[in-house]
Design a protein around this ligand. Structure first.
Ligand code: DGY
Length: 328
């Protein structure tokens, strides 16, 4: 009888994906609520043919080297900055990810963050819960207008573009910065290309949608924050380390910018006593931009399909290191 491939799944994922994997593989599932520690990864991967990972798992060169039988790594996320892609490629291991299916949910959530900070929704909720709501206040909890404001999008990929489509409905002027100029989107959506410095100086809202790479780490540093308007709001639904946290704390406490709304942070998670959490002008939520039932189901299914394709020796439907196929 043919033996099924052995796979390690680093956390319980939606059944829609897990069941597909279970039908074709022998599954070792990490049942912990928190990610498996690295020593668990190092212990599990040597026997495994496949690894289904999450963005919280450090799949570094050491883990990849330990996976002597690994034929595929499939991550249930679009971002793969936690995986050493170069090490995987050098070993001939394709890495799967889940682009596309989370674009609209993440763009919706980006707008939710932007609106929450602009209109001070979390502060309003706290105010009511604290019993402070005694009357209608002519000057209470005043926010800033979103309608007709200028939006600066850093990274006009799938999610950045979906955010631009929403911004058109708010009559916003839309600037974008991206290493690749997108004339077709400029024509279709009326977005205007700007150098990063100009975008930062002009935007009322700056929203980040670039991957985390050595080039984008701390892209929003002290100099960048100081270029922004004192009335501007920063939104980050990309990756925490794109922003220099120390500089952001100073920017928010000293009024270089008005507010920030963060789905992602550095470090992640933030400890409960972290200074960002004591700032009333900072909205922080726990990396939930893709967290809708249907989106997470679709992400799990694609992660399973990538995993199974890799185990069968087929090209992954969504591969984060396509160069692996050239080097084979
Ligand atoms: C991703 O997929 O990279 C997001 O950060 C989580 O959905």
């Amino acid at each position: 009888m043919e033996t099924k491939p052995l796979v390690f799944v680093t956390r319980r994922i939606p059944e829609e994906g897990l069941n597909l994997v279970r039908e074709a593989c022998t599954v070792r599932l990490w049942e912990g609520e928190l990610p498996p520690p690295k020593d668990v990864l190092l212990r599990e991967v040597p026997a495994c043919d496949g690894l289904l990972s999450l963005l919280t798992d450090p799949i570094d060169a050491e883990v990849i080297a330990a996976g002597v039988r690994l034929r595929v790594i499939s991550q249930m996320a679009v971002g793969v900055d936690n995986i050493d892609l170069r090490a995987a490629t050098a070993r001939g291991i394709p890495v799967g990810h889940t682009p596309g299916v989370l674009t609209e949910a993440t763009a919706d959530f980006t707008f939710a963050l932007l609106m929450a900070a602009a209109r001070r929704i979390p502060e309003g909720v706290d105010y009511v819960r604290a019993g402070k709501w005694r009357t209608w206040e002519p000057m209470g909890l005043l926010g800033v207008d979103v309608w007709g404001a200028t939006l600066g999008i850093v990274g006009l990929g799938r999610i950045g573009t979906a955010v631009a489509r929403r911004a058109r409905g708010f009559a916003m002027r839309i600037l974008y910065y991206d290493p690749t100029r997108r004339p077709e989107l400029e024509a279709e959506l009326g977005v205007e290309y700007a150098e990063l410095e100009d975008l930062l100086a002009q935007a009322d809202f700056v929203t980040l949608h670039c991957p985390l790479t050595p080039q984008t780490r701390h892209l929003i540093n002290e100099a960048a924050l100081r270029r922004m308007k004192p009335t501007a709001i920063l939104v980050n639904a990309a990756r925490g380390p794109v922003v220099d946290t120390g500089a952001l704390i100073r920017a928010l406490s000293e009024g270089w910018i008005r507010a920030a709304a963060l789905d992602v942070t550095d470090p992640e998670p933030l400890p409960p006593d972290h200074p960002l959490l004591s700032l009333p002008n900072c909205v922080v939520v726990p990396h939930i931009a893709s967290a809708t039932v249907s989106t997470r189901n679709r992400m799990a299914r694609i992660a399973a399909e990538n995993l199974l394709a890799g185990l069968r020796g087929q090209r992954l439907p969504y591969c984060a290191n396509p160069e692996v196929y050239r080097e084979l």
